[in-house]
Structure formats: C-alpha cells, structure tokens
Design a protein around this ligand. Structure first.
Ligand SMILES: NC(=O)c1ccc[n+]([C@@H]2O[C@H](COP(=O)([O-])OP(=O)(O)OC[C@H]3O[C@@H](n4cnc5c(N)ncnc54)[C@H](O)[C@@H]3O)[C@@H](O)[C@H]2O)c1
Length: 324
C-alpha cells in the first residue's frame, strides 16, 4: 500500500517508514522540511534518497489532501505534531498543529472516501490524568480521561474527532496511545530523558533524568509494528488503544541499564517526582483486536539502543545536539 506518513522525518516517522519498507509498502513522507538525521539512523542512504517527500504543514488548509491526491495513497499514518513542552509554551500553535492538523488529515480521508482504507493516528498516554485519580492498574482504554496538559487535551480531542469522522462519514481510524517511547532518534519531548541517558552512557558522560516514579517504557520498533499492524489488519472500529511495554519505576530502569553496562551505575542518576500520567495501562484490547504484539524486554531494547548509539559514535555520526 502507498502510505502517507505525516511527521515522517520525526522519531516515530523514521522507524515506522523502516517497518513499512520492510513489509513491502510504499511510504510517502509529509513533513515541514527534510531533516534526515533520524532516518539516517535506521535506513541506508539509498533508501532515504528513494523516498518520495511532500513538503507541507499539516495544519495548512488542504495540504494533506493535496499530498494524498498527488501520491495516490491508500492509507495515512498521522504522526506530525508538537510535543508537551512546545504545547505548554505555545498553546495556540499546539492547537493549530495538533488539533487542526489532525482535522485536516481526517477531512482529507473523508474527501477521498473509499480510496483511503485506514487512518492510524498517534494519540498519547497523556490523555490519562495523574495516577492519584485512578484505582490500581492496569487501566483499560475507556476509563475517565482527564489530561493534565494542553497536549493531552489536544490528543483527547483528536480521538473524539476521529470517532465522529467514523460515525458521520465512515472514515476508518485507529488511535494509539504510546507512553515513554525510547530508542535511537528520540531526541525531543518530555519523556525523551531515558533515551538521552542511554546516549550519555554511550558517550561515557554523566546524565541525570530529572524525574522519577513509574512509567511505561516502550521500544520504538515495537511501537512501529503496532502502527503498521493497525494500518493493515482487518479494522475493528474507530477505537483508541493503550499500548504497553515495560512498566517500571526509574530505579528499576536504572538497574536494568546498569545490567546492560555497569558504568550506568555511576554515570546515570534520576530524580524522584512522578510524571502526572497514569503509568499502568492495559493493552488487552489492542492485543485482542490487532495482536499478538509482544513487547521487547527492557534489557534487550536498552542494549540495542546503546549498541546503535555506540556504532554511530564510532562512525562520528552520533547527534548530540539534544544534550545541550
Ligand atoms: N515520542 C513519544 O514517546 C510519544 C509518546 C506519545 C505520543 N507521541 C506522538 O507520536 C507522534 C510522533 O512523535 P515523535 O516522537 O516522532 O515526534 P518528533 O517531534 O520526533 O516528530 C514529529 C515530526 O512532525 C513534524 N511536524 C511538526 N509540525 C508539523 C507540521 N505543522 N506539519 C508537518 N509536519 C510537522 C516535525 O518536523 C517532525 O519531523 C506525535 O504526534 C507525538 O505527539 C510520541
């Protein structure tokens, strides 16, 4: 299938494009501009140069529709968006890109009718409120959602709009709610710190994760598989699904990283404040509708991430611009 990937040059974009290519699909990248630094981590120069690119802003009226028409796509994976810190600092820009941009994607799918088989949207676990308002988990997809950030409300609004495009216009959507996704290429956003810690370990530099508490660490290649599965498998309705990787507190994350490389014991440290998003979410509905989607064990994902960072470092290609 030819698939428009909005935000195709981002962290998710790079790994999802890789997964799509591996499955024989034809990804078309839609993004503000062409910065290949994340794609270069996972694809060959030849693969990157052969990828069709459509430059555009998702929130520009009609831009996504034009891209879909021009490239004759049959599905959309919508990833373009601004992350928590940007939405906090610039809520109006956040709403324009994250909410209006998603409406542009849904509207494009409506206009194109049956030629768009599926729209898979990146929602977020940030649609959940703080752990204190919930009973002990794992929490299903459909508990009370009460985000504590603009970003979380935008994502919740997108889930609602996707559902209404389904009931009103028959657009087939699936929304996925990642938590902390880690892996090479993760360099922006509130939960990018565990990946930065691994990068600092590769550089043998100290790093302090500014928070603590429990979170769900999800390895990017697993998340990429979930997105592509939801694109291609028989559709189960306009639902929003939790994802689940490894639910651990940061202390356990630190211990696991120290098992992978003992130097993490002294180089990496962490704070203790819990992020205000319920961390213990059940992915039972996703597994039942689109599974099996088994998570990579944390030690294995961290070890692979460290290995890729070390390889890049050895080749003089490790991007450290996110480390300040
Ligand atoms: N990384 C995570 O752990 C995580 C967790 C939950 C949800 N998500 C969601 O997954 C999606 C992808 O996240 P990511 O980590 O790849 O983010 P990213 O910041 O690495 O990539 C986002 C991409 O979107 C592009 N973009 C931004 N504004 C745009 C616009 N107006 N028009 C076109 N392109 C635009 C950027 O240039 C970038 O290439 C986002 O919607 C994010 O909210 C990510």
């Amino acid at each position: 299938m030819r698939v428009l990937v909005t935000g195709g040059y981002g962290f998710f974009g790079a790994w999802i494009v890789r997964e799509l290519l591996g499955q024989g699909h034809e990804p078309v990248l839609f993004d503000l501009d062409q910065n290949p630094r994340r794609l270069e981590i996972v694809l060959t120069a030849e693969q990157i140069s052969s990828l069709p690119f459509h430059q555009g802003d998702v929130s520009a009226p009609g831009a996504v529709l034009r891209a879909c028409r021009e490239h004759g796509v049959g599905g959309i994976i919508h990833l373009a968006g601004l992350q928590v810190p940007t939405c906090r600092a610039r809520p109006i820009d956040g709403a324009r890109v994250n909410v209006l941009g998603t409406l542009e994607v849904l509207e494009a799918a409506r206009q194109l009718g049956e030629s768009i088989d599926r729209v898979v949207l990146a929602s977020s676990a940030a649609v959940f409120g703080p752990p204190s308002i919930y009973p002990a988990g794992p929490l299903p997809d459909d508990v009370r959602l009460s985000p504590g950030t603009h970003y979380g409300w935008y994502k919740l609004c997108n889930e609602g709009n996707a559902r209404v495009y389904g009931t009103d216009h028959g657009v087939k959507t699936v929304a996925l709610r990642p938590w902390t996704v880690y892996g090479p290429g993760r360099d922006v956003g509130m939960t990018s710190e565990p990946t930065r810690a691994v990068k600092c370990l590769a550089l043998e530099r100290p790093y302090k994760i500014s928070y603590g508490g429990v979170q769900d660490l999800q390895f990017m290649p697993d998340v990429a598989k979930a997105f592509t599965r939801c694109l291609c498998a028989p559709w189960k309705g306009p639902k929003a699904y939790n994802l689940r990787g490894t639910v651990v507190d940061i202390g356990q994350f630190h211990q696991t990283l120290a098992q992978v490389d003992p130097r993490a014991g002294s180089l990496i440290s962490h704070g203790d404040s819990q992020l205000q998003i319920a961390p213990d979410l059940s992915d039972a509905s996703l597994q039942s509708d689109y599974g099996p989607l088994p998570p990579t064990p944390l030690a294995e994902g961290l070890s692979a991430t460290l290995r890729i960072f070390r390889d890049l470092l050895a080749k003089g290609q490790l991007d450290t611009s996110d480390l300040g």
